[in-house]
Design a protein around this ligand. Structure first.
Ligand code: AKG
Ligand code: FE2
Length: 206
């Protein structure tokens, strides 16, 4: 399948239903290579709890959002991640050309959801962060089964939720205003999570 027809299908999905999911957007081997990089950073203690506020709110926040993240410097990262980012830049240009989205930049981080954590229902586009237009997540988890949990639930208005397994190599894109949730994970769940932005805002530290 040519890159063009895949990008056409992504654009159609975003315009019609608001989301699109592509198994094997990158090969299993590429996904595992990226996951190894994430695990190395994790072992070196470079990940930080996402959205941490006051200590007293720690437990409450952990119930809402239990992932740990590490922001990626788009200009200075491993070749396997760079080649993925290049494809996302091509997608960004394609969406600007076909859908006039006026996308300027993207920001991206590694995420790990340790066993037992989740991210409660939310939207990625909100008052404090209105510049996220498209969310995109690349999953890095080999042999992920239904009983491992950790599905991404996407809540489309007037429709049944869609549940997506975070399987290695799968890319999911959705309009950032759409509500979604990460269900509780029964094993550690790795991903690369990014946003296409309508303004060059630099890195957004959550
Ligand atoms: O990992 C996912 O499936 C979604 C993550 C998410 O919703 C977020 O980081 O805002
Ligand atoms: Fe989200």
């Amino acid at each position: 399948m040519s890159a063009l027809s895949l990008f056409d299908r992504i654009a159609d999905g975003l315009a019609d239903t608001g989301y699109f999911s592509i198994p094997n957007f990158v090969s299993r081997d590429e996904a595992l290579a990226i996951r190894d990089i994430a695990i190395r950073h994790k072992e070196e203690g470079e990940f930080r709890r996402a959205g941490i506020g006051k200590q007293i709110e720690y437990q409450l926040e952990k119930d809402i959002r239990g992932d740990e993240i590490l922001w990626i410097d788009n200009e200075d990262t491993a070749p396997s991640i760079k080649s993925y980012l290049q494809r996302m830049e091509e997608l960004q240009n394609f969406l600007n050309y076909t859908c006039f989205l006026g996308l300027k930049e993207y920001e991206i981080h590694f995420a790990v959801y340790p066993k037992g954590t989740r991210y409660a229902r939310h939207s990625d586009r909100f008052k404090n962060n209105p510049h996220r237009v498209i969310s995109f997540v690349l999953y890095l988890n080999p042999d992920w089964e239904e009983e491992d949990g950790g599905q991404l639930a996407i809540y489309l208005e007037g429709k049944d939720p869609v549940f997506i397994l975070p399987e290695a190599g799968k890319l999911v894109c959705f309009r950032s205003e759409i509500e979604h949730e990460v269900l509780e994970c029964n094993r550690a769940r790795y991903s690369l999570t990014g946003w296409l932005l309508d303004q060059p805002v630099g890195l957004t530290f959550l």
